[in-house]
Ligand binder design. Structure first.
Ligand SMILES: Nc1nc2c(ncn2[C@@H]2O[C@H](COP(=O)(O)OP(=O)(O)O)[C@@H](O)[C@H]2O)c(=O)[nH]1
Ligand SMILES: [Mg+2]
Length: 280
């Protein structure tokens, strides 16, 4: 049985670093039951300590730079199956994904991660502004603008103008073509900051279909390459920049965490990762 490698990916600000900090605390502290056990942590220890310290104190984790991200990985095993798993964060800052979108190239190490058996965990943030506005949505706004503004110059193309879901579909399409090994993979969409979703009765999969319909449709239409599920993940437990922080600070840290989705126990962030361990 070969070891697995799961690639944990997402655009900048999608919630990866907060997840990493919470996950590390969760499997290290033993405050609640988890389905994965920590073996070792590989990477810049000083940086990892900083993000976990911030997370424990209910502060926002520091922004990741490309230098700090170099080769961070968590090695765990699943006691039930004895399976060894590496959780790799090939682009914690999300910056190389941005450049992949623009330059159409990526690093060898990134490709190699996908050569190994294992799945993908893709982050999207539920705490979002609107993107992908259509001309119909914009018409009432433009009607209020003065004529000079309307006649304004054309803006030069920038990747920031491209809707998030288009960039994510592109990111996934990359993995369907050489030099990537094309095969069926499990993909868990982690909807981070799940605590901001007002209707907590909505299933993460329904949320995805409603908020990111193009991404959802792409995943549904490619069953030969992606077997997907969606999970709602609140790695912080709430907005730590607002009033809730005081209340969150009173809780046992691991009990701030919430995970919603198939076979997920309430505080166990490892549920999507355990599902990725399956053979798919
Ligand atoms: N409300 C809430 N916000 C979160 C949660 N997790 C992350 N965030 C916020 O989402 C933003 C991006 O998170 P970060 O982990 O830095 O994303 P990264 O760029 O993908 O590493 C930050 O402002 C976080 O504080 C959560 O569980 N709840
Ligand atoms: Mg980060």
């Amino acid at each position: 049985m070969s070891d697995l490698y799961h690639s944990i990916v997402g655009l900048p600000r999608s919630g990866k670093t907060t997840f990493l900090a919470a996950l590390w605390h969760l499997i290290d502290a033993g405050e609640v039951n988890t389905k994965l056990v920590l073996d070792k942590l590989v990477g810049d220890n000083q940086y990892l300590n900083e993000i976990v310290e911030a997370w424990r104190k209910c502060e926002e984790v520091p922004r990741t730079s490309m230098a700090a991200e170099a080769n961070i990985a968590i090695h765990v095993h699943e006691p039930i199956s004895g399976r060894k798993v590496v959780l790799g964060f090939p682009d914690l800052s999300g910056e190389s994904f941005q450049s992949q979108f623009v330059t159409r190239g990526c690093r060898n190490a990134y490709v190699e991660g996908y050569d190994r058996p294992g799945g993908i965990m893709l982050f999207v943030n539920a705490d979002r502004g609107q993107d992908g506005l259509t001309i119909l949505d914009l018409a009432p706004i433009l009607a209020g603008a003065d004529e000079a503004e309307q006649a304004g110059e054309l803006r030069e193309w920038s990747h920031e103008l491209v809707p998030e879901q288009v960039r994510l579909v592109d990111l996934l399409q990359f993995t369907q073509r050489p030099p990537f090994d094309r095969r069926r993979r499990r993909l868990a969409v982690a909807v981070s900051a799940w605590d901001v979703v007002v209707d907590q009765a909505v299933a993460p999969d329904e949320w995805l279909a409603r908020e990111l319909p193009f991404l959802h449709q792409f995943l549904s239409a490619n069953p030969e390459t992606f077997e997907f599920r969606a999970y709602g993940v609140s790695a912080q437990g709430g907005d730590v920049t607002g009033e809730r922080r005081t209340e969150l600070l009173k809780r046992t840290p691991s009990e701030r965490i919430r995970c919603v989705g198939p076979e997920a126990e309430v505080h166990d962030l490892t549920a999507p990762l355990v599902w990725l361990n399956g053979d798919g």
